[in-house]
Design a protein around this ligand. Structure first.
Ligand code: BDR
Ligand code: CA
Length: 316
């Protein structure tokens, strides 16, 4: 059983990933930590509480960062992707529960100290909370069991960025945090757009969820109306990539992904701000920026049908 901290800017695909984790028999949620991204921190924290209440998720919710550590791409929030409320503008109740008083970065440190080597962290938003946690506790890499990140794009299968030609949104939203976290020496797997865009859910898949997944199916159907409209507007048809649930699938069954290995750097200034670069042959490179940096695993292929099947199995 994996005990998981889910660090999220809870928009539409994040909510789908949270339900995946909640219903997966091999995972148990230890905490949800929020970070601004798909919507404001207030909205994403409200979304976490609303989803937790509706589905009986009793893990505590901790509020995290309102903004990035360093230079970032873009301003405001992508309401054209996730809706102004972050969940496709479906009506949302005011949550009865509240977020905990402890800030997310402090909660990550406290939980990791209490359960050394036991916790997996799945990060599907900007990496600001985790970078702040590393600043509070430099020994954190040794206290966490593993980290699975949805972020970045590495050029496998010709994929390019979604917020600049070379930059994915989570890394573009806080490049400095991403560069620090990926260089920290945590046992890390990065699942980038290279594989999340290879793994899609279409209307037939959502219909299957509606038929088999009870209220989770109804909720996912409701929040994906807005999301599908957005992707349809891009000319991609009525379907969406499985971004954040791909990180969960990789945590639950790493064999679904083939990985490459090497240090990862994230560009923190200039025209390529937020670009992620995998150095597969660090000893050949002339710069210390690569040589002494701990490696990450980076997903390069996915068995997409098996990811969809696992998702349906967990929720059904
Ligand atoms: C990532 O950006 C966010 O909009 C999604 O939730 C996902 O985590 C995809 O680039
Ligand atoms: Ca996300």
């Amino acid at each position: 059983m994996k005990r998981v901290i889910f660090d999220t800017d809870i928009g539409i695909d994040d909510a789908m990933a949270l339900l995946f984790l909640h219903f997966a028999p091999g995972a148990e949620l230890a905490a949800i930590t929020t970070v601004a991204g798909n919507a404001s921190l207030d909205n994403v924290t409200r979304n976490a509480l609303v989803v937790a209440e509706r589905f009986g998720i009793d893990a505590p919710v901790f509020r995290g960062a309102t903004g990035p550590l360093g230079d970032a791409l873009g301003e405001g929030y992508p309401d054209f992707v996730h809706g102004a409320n972050g969940l496709g503008d479906i009506p949302l109740p005011a949550p009865a529960r509240r977020a905990e008083a402890l800030p997310a970065a402090e909660a990550i440190v406290a939980l990791a100290r209490q359960q050394p080597g036991e916790l997996s962290l799945v990060a599907v938003g900007r990496l600001t909370n985790l970078a702040a946690a590393l600043a509070l506790e430099p020994a954190l890499p040794g206290l966490l069991k593993e980290l699975v990140v949805m972020g970045g794009v590495f050029g496998f299968h010709g994929h390019r960025g979604n917020v600049s030609p070379v930059t994915e949104a989570n890394f573009g939203g806080d490049p400095l945090a991403a560069d620090r976290v990926l260089g920290a020496g945590i046992a890390t797997t990065v699942v980038g757009l290279d594989v999340t865009e290879e793994t899609v859910m279409d209307e037939a898949f959502i219909d299957a969820l509606v038929a088999r997944a009870g209220d989770a199916g109804a909720f996912i159907h409701a929040i994906t109306r807005f999301y599908f409209d957005f992707y349809e507007g891009l000319g991609k048809g009525r379907q969406c990539p499985i971004h954040d649930s791909s990180a969960v699938a990789c945590l639950l069954d790493p064999a679904l992904y083939e990985t490459a290995e090497g240090p990862v750097r994230v560009v923190t200034e200039g025209v390529a701000l937020g670009q992620s670069i995998l150095g597969e042959h660090p000893q050949r490179y002339l710069s210390d920026a690569w040589r002494d940096r701990p490696p990450c695993r980076v997903a390069r292929t996915v068995t997409a049908g098996a990811v969809r099947a696992l998702y349906l199995d967990c929720l059904a």
